[in-house]
Design a protein around this ligand. Sequence first.
Ligand code: FES
Length: 106
Amino acid sequence: MGSPQRHAVGAAAEFLEGAIVPRTVSGVDVILIRRLGQIQCYLDQCSHQPIKLSEFGEITAGRLVCHAHGGTFDLDSKGRVVCDPPVDALTSVECAEVSGQVFVIV
Ligand code: FES
């Protein structure tokens, strides 16, 4: 496996507070979320079952709710579970916002 690379995924303005923005980067499906101005990135898969959060997820009050079974993740603590049935946190993916561009590192 090669070392992680930085991939541009769009202009910062494309990533709005409260939106779940899906991208595929080097074959990896991810979602990007802006929370309190900061960009966050996670795998586009619920930690409960292989369900796409870009399809079943919704952001409300700083939390990402997976409507497949109601699992809820806290976006202020890297996707920690705050409502089961999921047990594990979301899988974080490294990302950065630099000079008006958003990058995902995979
Ligand atoms: S697949 Fe997300 S809560 Fe079950």
